[in-house]
Ligand binder design. Sequence first.
Ligand code: NAD
Length: 260
Amino acid sequence: MSYIKRALITGSTSGIGLAIARQLAAEGVDIVLHGLSSEDEGQVLVQAFLDEFSVGVSYFQADISDPNQITDLFDRVKKEVGFISILVNNAGIQHTSPIETFPVEQWDKIIAVNLSSAFHTTQQVLPFMVEQGWGRIINIASVHGLVASVNKAAYCAAKHGLIGLTKVTALELAAKQVTVNAICPGWTDTPLLVQQFKAFSQKNNTSYEEAKQGLIKEKAPYPDFVAPDDIGRLVVFLCSDAAKAITGTSLPIDGGWTAH
Ligand code: NAD
């Protein structure tokens, strides 16, 4: 039986999302890129994919903190490209602050982008996945979906919530050949961490590079960052037939962080 294999990866113009899109494209999966970049910037990325991979590639801009923009995004994708059978909820933001002074607007934004958007996108893709009898939903959570760190109230709440959403969706879809899993990366060197590198460097009076190593040492026994491409390879595996019975899980890829 051959199924439509077309992936939409939210927040795929940089970092982990871009690496996931590249790994899936290398496996022959059609790719829908998404992000906040302008349509013109998106087209540059589309061309780079088309030059490298023999798959269909498109780009759509939408701010997924807004449920209406998510509905509009999926309407446009359905009309201009087709149905989605692999959804990777990857877009995410961070803000660090003690809870007493945590800005309410940052709390609301992080919950909207890192958690609620995955509920809305999941609602959009399920009817087709169920109809075709094959689908994959992969939520990029974090080690912070499994354990906590100080000053990350909204991020930890959202990522723990995303793992809860993953489990419920997996249970509801288990008999329909649609698997739903969360991936929980540890430190991965992407634009998301820039503010934390700067803060560590200031607080400890170190260089930017020393700050990177310092952050790793604080949490993970493995002495390096997680490679974005390795997260992409894990997504590829979860999309394979060998992973058909893996559902409802939260898979750490964290250099041993959560083994403590
Ligand atoms: P990144 O900043 O490179 O990527 C985040 C992406 O989300 C960007 O493309 C950004 O444009 C997009 N995005 C943010 N807000 C958006 C919005 N309102 N609407 C649409 N798109 C939006 O960072 P990353 O590290 O690649 O993050 C990807 C995911 O991995 C996030 O969910 C993050 O929480 C998770 N994660 C990252 C790390 C890490 O150490 N970098 C660790 C664990 C989990």
